[in-house]
Design a protein around this ligand. Structure first.
Ligand code: C2E
Ligand code: CA
Ligand code: CA
Ligand code: CA
Length: 281
């Protein structure tokens, strides 16, 4: 089975029976992967646009599959969302990311602590007890709440907004930060952000691409930055790949930058070994 776009599986193997077999097989494999600890967390730095230093890292899951090698999230997360298995995956990633971040910060002075951003599937975020889970993980790992950021897509707020807002309030009460991820891809207006207890918006990569010479992207990004700042929110740009994009975003007042230009997502050990210029004072 091969993943095509969002939440749609396209099967090249033909008839419906083999489709169901593929589906069941992958479902079982994901179960084995959770139990067999085949998932790995990679980390990608988010850099302060003004100082150029790493402020936080985003946790991005990979599946270290015994036969297929390193499988990217887009190849299994859509199915895992359909089966509900994403909840188990997200829980594991959340815990691992908190543990790793405690380690990363162990040798850093308080003023240089690095936060961690964890993606939470809408399926998971909407569950009533979600904030209790977060509270427990913080207690068990010892990560300070202000160092944890949860990334949720705007879709979470569009459907079942009341429940989502309750969840956001409970998370804020814990002291955890929340970022609206993939911002701008969901046909929503900025005005609904006004009522939400969130901290950041992350502009989707599609708006950052060639921003230095794409007028449409430039206009959208400028609009989002201006409005977000009025609302007291920080803006993150993801997918920054070139110096020109970086310089453009700095000039326009973007707060945090993330992308291959700084670093690809890497395993913890590699993150620890990144050039000092990125992580030093
Ligand atoms: P996302 O949250 O929008 O994450 C950003 C994606 O863009 C990541 O892909 C990252 O590797 C990639 N990226 C970062 N900088 C650049 C760049 O400069 N150029 C390009 N071309 N790509 C860049 P990745 O790791 O394959 O993750 C894909 C998606 O899978 C994520 O999109 C997120 O929605 C989901 N995901 C990843 N980890 C988790 C997880 O633990 N839980 C959940 N629920 N979803 C996850
Ligand atoms: Ca994200
Ligand atoms: Ca994105
Ligand atoms: Ca995403």
């Amino acid at each position: 089975a091969k993943l095509q776009g969002r939440n749609t599986w396209q099967f090249y193997s033909g008839d419906i029976r083999s489709q169901i077999c593929d589906h069941i097989a992958l479902r079982r494999e994901i179960l084995e992967a959770i139990e067999g600890e085949q998932f790995v967390v990679y980390y990608q730095p988010l850099v302060d646009a003004r100082t150029g230093k790493v402020r936080s890292i985003e946790a991005l899951v990979r599946w270290d599959h015994p036969q297929r090698g390193m499988v990217p999230p887009n190849d299994f997360i859509p199915l895992a969302e359909q089966t509900g298995q994403i909840i188990g995956i997200d829980r594991w990633v959340l815990r691992q990311a908190c543990l790793d971040t405690v380690d990363i910060n162990a040798s850093r002075p308080a003023s240089l602590r690095i936060g961690v951003a964890v993606n939470i599937s809408p399926v998971h975020f909407r569950r009533a007890g979600f904030f209790l889970e977060v509270q427990r993980v913080l207690e068990e790992t010892g990560l300070e709440p202000y160092l944890l950021e949860l990334e949720v897509t705007e879709g979470v707020l569009m459907s079942g907004a009341d429940k989502a807002i309750e969840q956001l309030k409970a998370l804020r009460h814990l002291g955890v930060l929340v970022t609206i991820d993939d911002f701008g891809t969901g046909f929503s207006s900025l005005s609904y952000l006004r009522k939400l207890p969130i901290n950041k918006v992350k502009l989707d990569r599609s708006f950052i691409q060639s921003i230095d010479h794409n007028r449409d992207n430039a206009a959208i990004v400028q609009g989002v930055i201006t409005m977000a700042h009025h609302l007291g929110l920080q803006v993150v740009a993801e997918g920054v790949e070139t110096v020109a994009e970086q310089e453009y975003l700095i000039k326009r007042g973007c707060d945090l930058l993330q992308g291959f230009h700084f670093s690809r997502p890497v395993p913890l050990a590699e993150f620890m070994a990144l050039p000092a210029i990125l992580t030093a004072e």
